[in-house]
Design a protein around this ligand. Structure first.
Ligand SMILES: CSC[C@H]1O[C@H](OP(=O)(O)O)[C@H](O)[C@@H]1O
Length: 350
């Protein structure tokens, strides 16, 4: 049974409160857009694809409780609430891309005189619901493409050792995962010797979430502290690094969890291929480079406390960017549901 972080039935949405993992596995109800914004902003649900899916499903749930007889009112409500959801977290592009596409659909349905307000609402909710299965299908394709690219230049009986950062699995998507999807596919092919996952301070997505998923799936894995990456690459024969993405610019520069950039630099130094795994819903063709990606800064408390326990001196100032930018020059390949692309190929692929 695979892990699920999102439970959805028409008119009802629940999310696994990831702030409580791994100690407590508790689902909480999301009754509408306001709840959706809050659970994303507080990082009770997180991960670029999951943010978009939960945000849009929160709107679907809200609309399903209302009756519309005026298409103009429905269209205005859709646009306003999607733009509000985009403001919940600024760096991942998935929610913005989903909002733009759904607003375009809303405008198309609004202009179609054969479509009533209620039919417009039903068609709109159907489109949002389709995101769940599409994301899982995309992740399975990412897993296949990524595994074959990593294995293609290796002896057919060799085993691989993979390093990953943050959480990119079922807890960051609708299921299976992106970088963790590549790891799951390598494991299913019986070619995965071992995974190393970083704890990923300060939210500890690796220690709390990725380790949770790897243990759940019985995948051989070892947790390391973020500062161990250089020693690991020096002492263990890491085959490849595979990480996720929150926003990939059209030149391949990639925003991902803080700490990703330094892993990419170390991978270059040690001759380890560094891959980004992300669906096309994480690629922002509207920006030319990583210089144009907004980096979210999170509250100091996420650094100074673990739960209610203070671990940093009272009064120290903190800098807590949630992401950093890895330059395209350090990326061997961008693994998507349409194939693996070198960064220089990205601008021309649809
Ligand atoms: C499926 S990629 C998820 C991506 O999102 C994470 O960030 P956060 O936990 O702050 O939402 C991290 O950057 C992952 O690579």
């Amino acid at each position: 049974m695979t892990l699920k972080s999102i439970k959805y039935e028409k008119g009802n949405l629940e999310i696994l409160d990831q702030l409580l993992l791994p100690a407590q596995s508790k689902f909480i109800q999301v009754k509408g857009v306001e709840d959706g914004w809050k659970v994303i902003n507080k990082m009770q649900v997180r991960g670029a694809p999951a943010i978009a899916i939960v945000g849009c499903l929160s709107l679907a749930v809200e609309l399903s409780t209302e009756v519309f007889d005026d298409k103009k009112v429905l269209r205005q409500e859709i646009e306003g609430k999607l733009n509000y959801l985009v403001s919940s977290r600024p760096t991942a592009v998935n929610m913005k891309i989903a909002a733009d596409e759904l607003i375009a659909l809303s405008n198309k349905l609004y202009k179609d005189e054969t479509v009533t307000a209620e039919v417009m609402k039903v068609k709109f909710i159907d489109e949002i619901e389709s995101m769940l299965e599409k994301d899982i299908a995309d992740n399975k394709a990412i897993g296949e493409y990524g595994a074959s690219d990593i294995l293609k230049s290796l002896p057919s009986d060799s085993m691989v050792r993979i390093l990953t950062h943050c959480n990119t699995g079922s807890l960051a998507t609708a299921g299976y995962g992106t970088a963790l999807g590549v790891i799951r596919t390598l494991h299913s092919l019986k070619r995965l010797e071992h995974v190393y996952c970083t704890e990923t301070r300060p939210y500890n997505q690796g220690a709390r979430l990725t380790a949770y998923e790897l243990v759940h799936d019985k995948i051989p894995a070892t947790l390391i502290v973020d500062s161990m990456v250089a020693a690991l690459m020096k002492q263990r024969n890491i085959t490849a690094v595979v990480v996720g993405a929150d926003r990939v610019a059209s030149n391949g520069d990639t925003a991902n969890k803080i700490g990703t950039y330094q892993i990419a630099v170390l991978a270059k130094h040690h001759g380890v291929p560094f891959y980004v795994a992300a669906p096309f819903t994480s690629i922002d063709k509207k920006i030319i480079s990583g210089d144009h990606i907004i980096i979210e800064e999170r509250p100091d408390r996420e650094m100074t406390h673990v739960g209610d326990h203070r671990i940093a001196a009272q009064g120290i100032s903190c800098w807590n960017p949630a992401f950093d930018i890895t330059p395209a020059a350090l990326i061997a390949g961008i693994i998507t549901e349409k194939g693996v692309f070198r960064p220089s190929e990205l601008a021309n692929c649809q």
